[in-house]
Write a protein of this length. Sequence first.
Length: 269
Amino acid sequence: MPYTAVFPGLALVVGLILGSFYNVCIHRTLTGESVYNPPRSKCPHCGHFLSWWENIPLLSYALLLGRCRSCREKISWRYPLVEFLGAASAFGLGLSYGPDPAWAVAMVFTGLAIVVGFIALARQPMPKRPLWIALPGALVLGPLVMGLPLTSSLAGAGLGVGILGIVKLLVLRLNSAKNFGIGEILLAGMSGALCGIEGLPIGLVSALLIQLCAAGFMFLQKKKEPNKLKILLELTGPALCAGLVLALIFGPMAASVNVLTSMQIPIFH
């Protein structure tokens, strides 16, 4: 069996392992702890340090029936969800890129998107420092590793920053969401730089559809929520993160069918 055929399966295993690390980054960032110290994971309720078998992605959650072995408190749904998303995204990227350096680059930015997306989902401001580093990194790695033309990467970054910048100005006028800001703008620019002008629409449209689904769900609820618009605006960051992951997975397909630059239609003979 050729290596390229089994690579998505290997990528899935790597994604599961990384998903566990993403959980550490998310939880410790939210609690203000060091990501690297202590090196072992522990229960956030009782401080019980986890044994190796309590830390197997997805499987341990099922074996423990979703509860800490020591204090029997419930384990947050976020842990298995992040591990699943880590595995699913790694598998999808493995199908799209195969055993190529582009897969590793896409994995790094996907991991960043998952981590900052779940931090923002906890209604915390999106971490800006890693995004300030990631944006120029995407501008370099997009053309260098992902195979994008430099013009496509620059145009994608400019379009992403421009669109979210306009949204930010509208939000300032509405004064509706304190957690909506520069992080979302940087994220959109990073998405455009990494996916190019061809892949960026996939990310933006996906983010919009996610927010529309969230809006529909909120307005169908019987419970009255006075700040629905504020909550929807604060979901922009997580929605953009999900859009970036989808664009990285499906973007290569869009780039290979670039109608504007590569398709030639004979009109006159």
